[in-house]
Design a protein around this ligand. Structure first.
Ligand SMILES: [Fe+2]
Length: 389
């Protein structure tokens, strides 16, 4: 008998130009906002100035903070110290996944005033209570789906680094404004890495041991859009709002699906590879995706997992128009297709970031399979990493 849980999804406004509705939406939560942005590209395009002006004209008092790179616990603590006690009523984040994660964590820590590291999974000892300020997420990249997830990823890079989540069902943003026009200036490399992150999340949540018919429907509809629009959105200087919108939809569905179904071995390995070697998250996902699907499908065939094979075959059929009745063949075609995709989007090998065979033991020990449909053992995982060195 089927059984599943589904936490919640944000209220969503999805339309080109919809960022102009922010003042009205923010006012529902209060008249004093903290605006978190990523700085340079939003500033250069003039969008940041326009957003601040529209909020002020809409009667919303705005404090601002800009963040760069993937957020650290210290960044969150400093922001909380600087803005606690200022009567904030809503936090708004406009940017890529890192900016949205930073805003999400700040909105969740303002009422606690304690170091966020104490609440991080596998690092801290405390459990977050779910209290927070209302949070509005406005993504400017199509990738992490953080605008719909219940966790904020915080990192410390270097030899003693970690990449861990602050997580609670209540941390799903209250509102997500998806405006594809904000994404047209996203550079090709960022569009490619973010898009491959979204694709990885859609595939991993679709085949996850935590998947349900509900998350399957969401993930598959995201895959349909990504199939049509990933390459066109990456073509140099693409200002095609329709393809940007399709990718934004895929990323949004990936966020809702992963928050409720979980992810697989690529995301298990992404934590140590990101924290120890500083590899951007989308690049880790992109470079490992095809190899991880290949290794997982091989094991699914070995252990005779008919349900797992059927799921990968459905994805293969979508992407390659193969005959769904030939499940093994569809899986082979899917792997070939993903390998071509990763090559054409020029995902770099792991060695470019200093990863070597001698690091595998630590990466595997700190990584994991998450909800991969079949767990890969140490040797299989090492072979997967080796194939992308
Ligand atoms: Fe991801």
């Amino acid at each position: 008998m089927m059984q599943f849980s589904f936490s919640r999804a944000p209220s969503i406004r999805f339309a080109p130009g919809s960022v102009s509705e922010l003042p009205k939406i923010a006012s529902r939560f209060g008249g004093r906002a903290l605006l978190v942005t990523g700085g340079r590209s939003l500033e250069a395009s003039g969008a940041r100035g326009r957003i601040v002006k529209s909020l002020v004209e809409g009667g919303v008092f705005v404090d601002t903070i800009s963040v760069s790179g993937e957020p650290s616990p210290e960044l969150v603590d400093d922001a909380v110290k600087a803005h606690a006690g200022r009567g904030l009523e809503v936090v708004i984040a406009v940017g890529g996944g890192s900016v949205i994660d930073a805003g999400k964590a700040i909105s969740a820590m303002l009422h606690l005033g304690e170091p966020v590291v104490e609440y991080l999974e596998a690092v801290g000892t405390k459990t977050h209570d779910g209290g927070k300020l209302p949070f509005i997420a406005i993504p400017t990249t199509a990738g992490t789906g953080s605008e719909a997830t219940k966790n904020a990823v915080l990192s410390r890079t270097g030899p003693d680094g970690f990449k861990r989540s602050l997580r609670h069902d209540n941390l799903v943003p209250d509102f997500a404004i998806i405006d594809p026009e904000l994404m047209v200036s996203c550079p090709r490399e960022v569009t490619a890495a973010s898009g491959l992150d979204a694709l990885t999340q859609l595939i991993e949540s679709f085949v996850s041991t935590g998947a349900s018919p509900l998350t399957d429907a969401l993930a598959f509809s995201g895959l349909e859009k990504v199939k049509e629009s990933l390459l066109p959105a990456c073509s140099s200087g693409s200002a095609d709002v329709a393809h940007r919108g399709a990718m934004a939809y895929g990323a949004l569905m990936s966020g809702i699906a992963l928050a409720n179904a979980g992810l697989g071995v690529v995301h298990g390995l992404a934590s140590p590879l990101g924290s120890i070697f500083g590899i951007p998250h989308g690049v880790v996902c992109g470079t490992l995706l095809a190899a991880a699907v290949k290794a997982t499908v091989r094991k699914i065939i070995d252990v005779d997992d008919a349900a797992g094979l059927r799921k990968y075959a459905r994805v293969g059929s979508l992407f390659t128009d193969c005959d769904i009745r030939e499940k093994g063949q569809c899986c082979v075609r899917l792997v070939d297709h993903l390998e071509e995709l990763v090559d054409s989007l020029e995902m770099p090998p792991l060695s470019k970031y200093g990863v070597r065979e001698e690091h595998f033991a630590r990466i595997i020990a700190e990584g994991g399979n998450k909800n991969n449909p079949v767990p890969l053992d140490r040797e299989e995982t090492a072979a997967l990493l080796r194939s992308r060195l």
